[in-house]
Design a protein around this ligand. Structure first.
Ligand code: GLU
Length: 511
């Protein structure tokens, strides 16, 4: 019987959720759903110095917004709880002790000052390698150098200590990565990482391996930045649980800055004027807000879509994928090895496509909030949806709806008279005065009738309808934009249309 597919996203609650993090979630989620497996979110908070208040809550809110709900997590529960590593603290020591017993790890009593001294000494000797590793561990205050009785004495006395993995030099550690194929690591450049800290907390390295084992994780997908840690994890798997039990790894390519090389950072976003976090993140210490994709007006459908294709495609020309499509078509083996450059203009293109594709009612509630913040309270949902439908082709971000359609809810504050004035004439003024009368007598107020009356009168007066359409638009909208002018009149209604034309006539005929 093949193993049940179980994948995990294992964030450390240290701040805002970078779009690379959401893409990792997405790939995990898609893989789990495709294979009828479980998607687990495990909070890796063993490094209390990096812990940031509110970050965990925020991560779950982001996943909720993206519609990537975990099957098991701190919030959702599950058979392998607890899902927060700080609450699993007592589980890890036994594995670290086991490694010491088997000769794969050792107690190290060095104080931070002693380690610093060692580094200074190495620097003086001109060494560039300042790691705690096989080169220097023989000179340090640890159980490899001390006699067993001495070690025992220190332990009995409660001397603060850590447990470090003992990396054997001159070996190669192999890893078969689902994206990168076989990778081997030279142990000579791997340091003796701390596994258990002086406060009894495991480090990430020990906790990730123990928890992946205890939670029966079958596949572990994470960012490429974790590749240097992979040999330590493979060795821990080998020593603790056997390589056959190890999950299959995939290290996902980085999302790169649009200009130049290197990982896209929050700073790049600030510099180039786009968000890199999924949602607004408020720094609990400074109160500073970093903008998120959600708040600047992205749809989750578009966000998932654009993230999915940053580093993956299905080999066809298809660009627009729903979550269902992605579940069907995604395959981790097709994820690219190389990093993908982030392109904000392309990201907006995806949003525009999704705004057009989805019924406006799908996102109307969010747009309503944007309007409310601008002082327009929506009371008629049907009218609101009809307006959004009419203008959605013109909107790239949800926030664009305000500019594109505020005139449906209040008459335009200022009219772009300059666009009309140069070609304004008594004849045109007369046309609009008579058009008001024609509109008043329309029995059925719809686009076809409004347009027919317009064309009929224009023909009778021998004016090209094309010359009258711009003034009509300016009268109703205020500017040279918006959908078909008769569709606007149809929606805003007879009274409002007539009153806007009348007011504009007063203005245009003023001098
Ligand atoms: N806790 C790690 C992080 O902050 C997760 C690495 C992994 O998935 O193994 O990203």
């Amino acid at each position: 019987m093949s193993k049940k597919i179980r994948v995990r996203f294992a964030p450390s609650p240290t701040g805002g959720l970078h779009l690379g993090g959401v893409r990792t979630v997405l790939y995990n989620y898609l893989f789990a759903k495709k294979h009828c497996g479980d998607f687990i979110v495990r909070i890796e908070d063993t490094d209390q110095t990096r812990y940031v208040e509110g970050a965990e809550d925020y991560i779950f809110k982001c996943l909720e917004w993206c519609g990537l709900q975990p099957d098991e997590s701190v919030l959702h529960g599950g058979a392998y709880a607890p899902y927060r590593q700080s609450e699993r603290k007592d589980m890890y020591r036994q594995y670290a002790e086991q490694l010491v017993k088997d000769g794969h790890a050792y107690y190290a009593f060095d104080t931070p000052e002693e380690i610093e001294q060692m580094r200074e000494l190495l620097k003086e000797k001109g060494s560039h390698n300042l790691q705690y590793d096989h080169n220097i561990r023989g000179n340090m205050n640890n159980s490899l150098r001390l006699l067993p009785e001495e070690t025992q004495k220190l332990l009995d006395a409660g001397t603060p200590h850590v447990i470090r993995i003992k990396i054997e030099p001159d070996e190669f550690v192999h890893l078969s990565d689902m994206i990168r194929g076989d990778i081997s690591f030279d142990t000579n450049i791997v340091d003796d990482k701390v596994l258990l800290k002086a406060d009894g907390m495991p480090t990430y390295h020990l906790a990730v391996v123990v928890d992946d084992h205890l939670m029966k994780i079958s596949h572990a997908f994470r960012g490429e930045e974790w590749l240097p840690s992979a040999p330590v994890h493979v060795l821990l798997w080998k020593h603790l649980f056997g390589l056959d039990a190890m999950p299959q790894w995939a290290h996902l390519p980085l999302i790169l800055k649009p200009d130049g090389n290197g990982k896209l950072s929050k700073r790049d976003g600030d510099r180039l004027g786009f968000p890199v976090y999924a949602m607004d993140w408020t720094d609990p210490k400074t109160g500073d807000i970093t903008k998120g994709f959600k708040e600047i007006g992205f749809l989750p459908e578009a966000f998932n879509n654009l993230l999915a294709v940053l580093g993956w495609n299905d080999g066809t020309e298809q660009e627009i994928f729903s979550l269902e499509d992605l579940i069907e078509k995604f395959s981790i083996e097709k994820v690219h090895k190389g990093g993908a450059k982030f392109d904000f203009e392309k990201a907006k293109w995806y949003n525009h496509e999704w705004i057009k594709k989805l019924p406006a009612s799908h996102y109307a509630d969010r747009v309503k909030i944007i309007f409310a913040n601008k002082g327009i309270i929506i009371t008629d949902d049907n009218y609101f949806n009809a307006v959004l439908e009419l203008v959605k082709d013109r909107c790239t971000l949800l926030t664009d709806f305000y500019e594109q359609s505020a005139y449906f809810f209040e008459s335009p504050g200022t009219l772009d008279v300059d666009a009309v004035k140069p070609k304004w004439s008594a004849q045109k003024s007369e046309f609009f005065s008579e058009y008001i009368i024609a509109l008043r007598s329309l029995e059925v107020w719809d686009m076809a009738n409004i347009e027919a009356a317009f064309k009929e009168l224009a023909a009778a007066k021998n004016i090209k309808p094309g010359e009258l359409q711009l003034p009509m638009r300016i009268m109703l909208v205020g500017g040279k934009f918006g959908p078909a002018v008769f569709s606007i009149a149809a929606l805003i209604g007879k009274e409002e249309t007539i009153s806007r034309v009348q007011e504009a006539l007063l203005l245009l005929n003023a001098d």
